[in-house]
Design a protein around this ligand. Structure first.
Ligand code: FMN
Length: 188
């Protein structure tokens, strides 16, 4: 079982990083093989052709040699995912958005490489705390276009980071352990 964390965070310290580490640890402890794909500086879609390029019919990007093709293969090979980003301007970080814009064009609909696969969405707002919902809504829309199944949503800010870190760990672990819809941990 391959658990892929796709991250838009450019930092190796701080709030978003600490949550990402918890998620990787949770997935490992749940028995998954983990991989981290850092997408913080990805190039944007060039909108080639008449608005659709090779992406629509051939499911690959005409400019895939800039690293997109390799990243698409890594996504293809994974079984479940976490998408994690810092909130920038109430949206996901720009590099991650650029990658998702290109991936969505190649992988939209029920036959795409994300269709039917589980995803944990996580976003951290380190400033005012504003913009978490709009950022997560953007990621939610990407999931709807690609058919990815949202397992849980983790919204982190400076005030809730202690208990959201635990929730992030637990969500990734439960996914990796293969918890099914309808199963409950409540025994009493
Ligand atoms: C360009 C930019 C825009 C940002 N916009 C927001 C924002 O809209 N709301 C917010 O709460 N924090 C905002 N922040 C702060 C980030 O969300 C914060 O850095 C992020 O949660 C990661 O925390 P960390 O830097 O401790 O890892 C912004 C940061 C940057 C660099």
């Amino acid at each position: 079982m391959k658990y892929l964390v796709i991250s838009g965070n450019p930092k190796l310290t701080g709030l978003c990083y600490s949550i990402r580490e918890k998620i990787l640890q949770g997935a490992k402890d749940g028995g998954a093989e983990t991989e981290l794909l850092r997408m913080e500086r990805h190039e944007r879609c060039r909108v080639c052709g008449d608005g659709w390029g090779t992406c629509r019919e051939q499911h690959h990007c005409a400019f895939a040699s800039d690293g997109f093709g390799e990243a698409q293969d890594i996504v293809r090979q994974a079984d479940m995912y976490c998408f994690i980003t810092p909130v920038y301007w109430g949206e996901m970080a720009e590099g991650l958005k650029c990658f998702f814009d290109r991936l969505r064009r190649c992988e939209f609909g029920p036959k795409g490489i994300l269709a039917g696969k589980q995803v944990l969405l996580a976003a951290s707002a380190g400033g005012t705390g504003n913009g978490l919902l709009t950022c997560l809504e953007q990621m939610d829309r990407f999931c709807r276009h690609t058919g990815a199944v949202i397992y849980d949503v983790i919204a982190v800010n400076r005030w809730n980071r202690d208990y959201k870190a635990q929730a992030a760990y637990s969500a990734a672990k439960a996914m990796a352990e293969g918890r099914k819809a309808g199963e409950s941990l409540v025994t009493g």
